[in-house]
Design a protein around this ligand. Structure first.
Ligand code: KIV
Ligand code: ZN
Length: 510
């Protein structure tokens, strides 16, 4: 008999806690819709008390998503729980996830609370959350370094208080698989009312063990895994959803459970998250990396051609590679464009967004013979992120010639006023960035600049990723264009628009 393994995606909450990965409300809704389409069971949409923006984003996701349960995070504090309850009130199915730290070091140094006080707070939080929803998850933060006896006490108490899911986080990614697996089976055996709740795990990847720890926990009875697309998350990230799902699906001989995930949408979700956050997927990343199904060596290619199972344990099409790859061109009409968007799982909010994306598509198709799925994904990201920005690119002219100093002339619309600046630089990108900075005077530091091709060929769009830092705040920006200097300007302006929007945002674990 196969049990259900619940997939709880926290890309929009823990994933967003990666420095530079913050997302707008619209971006969160787009990602949530992609997760819903993939049949993710629970979507953790954010930490509503963190800021007004976070509250609005959780509320927007709760309204937009119908088939997945939408969850909001809260510390074990009344105000947090009330805010989460309020943000989730329009959800079809909601969950409040409340947490408090339980390891000796966190209780003494961070909370400055005695263990009994921690239990009292946890119980009160769960009871309060139950006033908003009958689906309440409790996490003893830093469970991976907590004392087992204390975990048993607090978990028994929160089940009695009404918690329906007990999530065991390895917050600092310290555990080894055998140790983490034993912790799950010990808790299940020793907690007298353990059968009244579902055990979940939430593993961080500091030692590269997040997926291994999650899978061992599943083998020891956990029936929910918390994970993120592309393994995004604090520091080294969380367990990667695509790896957990495909490991369980591929090795059904080893697991007594399976997920509901429609794996064919995995690649599209991975690309969407990477495009929105600017966190590029490494080529050798399992499942979603460009080389994950590529066979370089002659011996492998020969084997795969004779019988693919010689070297392939999964089918590339099952996770969304090469499926229905239709190329659009300059003669493709609005309907073809619209239906391709639907097939890619891209839902635009309004006809205005669709028109803007279609105009961009036509411009691109004029420059480029064939427009691929990756191009469409990039142009939609570009179009949507230009919605309410303070700085807009009006025009850019660069001049570079052997033996001459490159010059860039940039015209921007800043808060409605058109301003032009000309600067020289080491190269056309450098000159462009200096001209933009001379206009905007953001005083930010450029921490990362990278350019990659979206598809192959010299007519491919270049995709530029930048990361800017100001007073400890890090943002990323993306831009795509067949001209990489223009793509560079778009990426820089995209990041500037984020950094120019002040945010006063609380971090849940600090
Ligand atoms: O890593 C962690 O402990 C968390 C909790 C809030 C569940 O993200
Ligand atoms: Zn976490």
């Amino acid at each position: 008999m196969t049990d259900k393994l619940i997939i709880f995606d926290t890309t929009l909450r823990d994933g967003e806690q990666s420095p530079g990965a913050s997302m707008t409300k619209d971006e969160k809704v787009r990602i949530a819709k992609a997760l819903e389409r993939m049949r993710v069971d629970v979507i953790e949409a954010g930490f509503p008390i963190a800021s007004v923006g976070d509250f609005d984003a959780v509320k927007a996701v709760a309204t937009a998503v119908k088939d997945s349960r939408v969850c909001g995070l809260s510390r074990a504090l009344d105000a947090d729980i009330d805010r989460a309850g309020e943000a989730l009130k329009d959800a079809n199915a909601s969950r409040i996830h409340t947490f408090i730290a339980t390891s000796p070091i966190h209780m003494q140094m961070k909370l400055r609370m005695e263990p009994d006080q921690v239990i009292e707070n946890a119980v009160r939080a769960v009871k309060r959350a139950r006033q908003y929803t009958d689906d309440v998850e409790f996490s003893p933060e830093d469970a991976g370094r907590s004392e087992t006896d204390f975990l048993c006490r607090i978990l028994e108490a929160v089940i009695d208080a009404g918690a329906t899911t007990l999530n065991i986080p390895d917050t600092v990614g310290y555990n080894l698989p055998s140790q983490f697996g034993s912790l799950i089976s010990t808790l299940r055996e020793r907690i007298p009312n353990a059968d009244k709740a579902i055990f979940s795990v939430h593993c961080h990847n500091d030692l590269g063990l997040a997926v291994a720890n999650s899978l061992t926990a599943v083998m020891n009875g956990a029936r929910q895994v918390e994970c993120t697309i592309n393994g995004l998350g604090e520091r080294a990230g969380n367990a990667a959803l695509e790896e957990v799902v495909m490991a369980v699906r591929t090795r059904q001989d080893m697991f007594t459970c399976d997920t509901n995930i429609d794996t064919q949408h995995i690649l599209a979700a991975s690309r969407l998250v990477s495009g929105v956050t600017g966190f590029v997927v490494q080529p050798n990343k399992a499942i979603v990396g460009a080389n994950a199904f590529a066979h370089e060596s002659g011996i492998h290619q020969d084997g795969v051609l004779k019988n693919r199972e010689t070297y392939e344990i999964m089918r590339a099409e099952d996770v969304g590679w090469n499926t229905n790859r239709m190329v659009l061109g300059k003669h493709s009409g609005r309907n073809a464009f619209r239906s391709r968007l639907q097939e890619l799982g891209i839902e635009l909010d309004s006809e205005t967004d669709l028109n803007a994306a279609f105009t961009r598509f036509k411009e691109l198709a004029d420059k480029k013979h064939e427009v691929f799925d990756e191009d469409i994904q990039a142009l939609v990201t570009d179009t949507i992120t230009t919605a309410d920005e303070r700085v807009k690119l009006i025009s850019l002219k660069t001049c570079s010639e052997t033996g001459e100093i490159p010059v860039a002339t940039v015209t921007l619309l800043v808060d409605g006023t058109e301003i032009q600046q000309q600067m020289t630089g080491g190269g056309p990108v450098d000159a462009t960035y200096k001209a933009i900075e001379a206009i905007v005077q953001s005083h930010t530091e450029l921490q990362l600049y990278s350019v990659s091709n979206i598809t192959t060929g010299t007519d491919a769009q270049g995709e530029v990723n930048v990361r800017l830092e100001k007073a400890g705040r890090i943002v990323s920006g993306q831009g795509a264009d067949t001209d990489i200097v223009i793509a560079s300007a778009k990426a820089y302006i995209n990041a500037l628009n984020k950094i120019l929007t002040p945010v006063d945002r609380a971090h849940p674990q600090v």
